[in-house]
Ligand binder design. Structure first.
Ligand code: AMP
Length: 435
């Protein structure tokens, strides 16, 4: 038997979670006016080297890179931002008069990581990017968008961790302070941190191995090196969040793993009780130079990315169940003529928005009733020679046990009426009396 590759998974029972997440993602993106963008799953390897950073673990250790038959270097996307920025530049989306240009994406990302709970080699992200605005308010809007999405999923037990790295001047001042702090004792840290010290010392604050090392704990914090202008930016982000009643905590150690962040950085974590230590479900921030680095016009930008698998784990831990996939009617057809009549009725019902199913395996009546139970049908209708001759049938409500008689031509209206006893159908969007 050929089995799935390490670090991948099939979506079977969890499909309801994925569909609920996708539905809320579409609704909330519309509310915030972000348009969907779809970019390829593989790009030129160079894009990620320049876009994500030569010195990041993602690019150095985790990419799936291959040479194709035309001798080109391809990489499966390990994250979404670089591809969206490439598409933004290549399609001249910066010329769109609607500003800022706001996009969201979703889909698989690929990283050659050690698989563990909540960590895969093919995983899914939902991300958003707003291009062309340097205002602190758009940083706050991006955070509000992420939090609203979580609320729509009923995941309320979350904390927004917020920090600011500042712009170029602040970052340069901070880098020298950090260098001075680390340089004499750097040998005490892990091998990776020693390499990071050469390439990008900021990332030492992010190290999982040395997270609690006294040298790391006593390191200066980026916030202390913000220029006045950058401090004001950070204060305005916070004022905007307060105005929207989005709670947050300032986390001075938060730096995020990627080179390109400037100013605002944030992570959203669910409680450790729900997700354990891998409890960051969303990360993001401002990146003011990436579009230019990748060959576009100078364009400030801000974005986030959610890990969808971790969202599903968090939803399960919080006892949030996906909206059930309801079957309104199961038709039991007895005989060839009844089968044709059933197919005709099912087509009519389906066009009218009623979900239905029937038997396709020539089961006897007992077997068909069993199927209706397996499929949790709300109504069961039996159609045989007698029903066709009399042009009437019985609609059995499996919730109440009641049976209603209806003519074949009125069966659809009757089902809609039964489903919409109140104002709005409890199972679907049928309005009272709609037929
Ligand atoms: P990053 O692009 O590394 O900032 O990750 C953004 C989010 O994607 C994280 O908060 C995780 O929820 C999720 N994520 C990152 N890597 C993986 C992985 N290998 N498997 C599952 N989810 C991941």
């Amino acid at each position: 038997m050929i089995t799935k590759m390490k670090g991948t998974y099939d979506v079977t029972d969890d499909i309801g979670y994925l569909q609920t997440i996708e539905k809320k993602m579409l609704t909330v993106s519309k509310l915030f006016q972000y348009k969907e963008i779809r970019t390829p799953h593989f790009e030129a390897t160079e894009l990620f080297h320049r876009g994500v950073g030569e010195t990041t673990d993602i690019v150095n250790k985790e990419t799936y890179t291959f040479t194709d038959r035309g001798n080109r270097q391809n990489t499966l996307r390990p994250e979404g931002t670089a591809g969206v920025v490439r598409a933004y530049i290549e399609n001249k989306l910066h010329a769109d008069p609607v500003t800022p240009q706001k996009y969201f994406y979703q889909g698989s990302m690929f990283r050659y990581e050690r698989p563990q709970k909540g960590r895969f080699r093919e995983f899914r992200q939902f991300g958003a990017e707003a291009f062309g605005a340097s205002s602190p308010e758009i940083d706050a809007e991006i955070i509000a968008y992420a939090v609203t999405f979580l609320r729509a999923l009923k995941l309320n037990d979350v904390t927004v961790h917020l920090n600011s790295l500042g712009g170029k001047d602040s970052k340069t001042a901070y880098h020298s302070a950090l260098n001075a702090h680390l340089k004499d004792d750097i040998a005490a840290l892990c091998q990776d941190c020693q390499t990071r010290f050469q390439d990008n010392p900021l990332r030492i604050l992010d190290c999982k191995v040395d997270a609690k090392h006294p040298l790391v704990n006593s390191a200066p914090k980026p916030i202390a090196y913000l220029t006045d202008e950058d401090r004001t930016h950070f204060e305005r982000v916070q004022a905007a969040l307060k105005a929207m009643q989005i709670s947050y905590t300032v986390d001075e150690n938060l730096v995020r793993g990627l080179d390109y962040y400037t100013h605002t950085v944030f992570e959203i974590k669910v409680s450790e009780a729900l997700l354990g230590r891998q409890n960051a479900i969303c990360g993001g921030g401002r990146y003011n130079h990436l579009v230019e680095t990748l060959g576009g016009p100078p364009t400030p930008a801000s974005g986030f990315a959610f890990g969808i698998e971790r969202l599903i784990v968090a939803m399960k831990a919080a006892n949030i169940t996906p909206e059930p996939d309801r079957l309104h009617v199961f038709f039991i057809a007895l005989g060839d003529q009844a089968k044709l009549a059933t197919l005709a009725m099912m087509q009519r019902f389906r066009l009218g928005g009623i979900t239905c199913n029937t038997d396709f395996l020539d089961k006897n009546i007992k077997g068909q009733f069993k199927q209706s139970e397996h499929q949790h049908a709300r109504f069961v209708m039996v159609i045989g020679d007698a029903e066709i001759a009399e042009k009437t049938l019985e609609i059995k409500d499996q919730h109440t046990g009641e049976t209603v008689k209806a003519s074949l031509s009125k069966a659809y209206d009757t089902v809609v009426k039964l489903l919409t006893k109140g104002d709005v159908c409890e199972d679907c969007d049928h309005q009272k009396g709609a037929a």
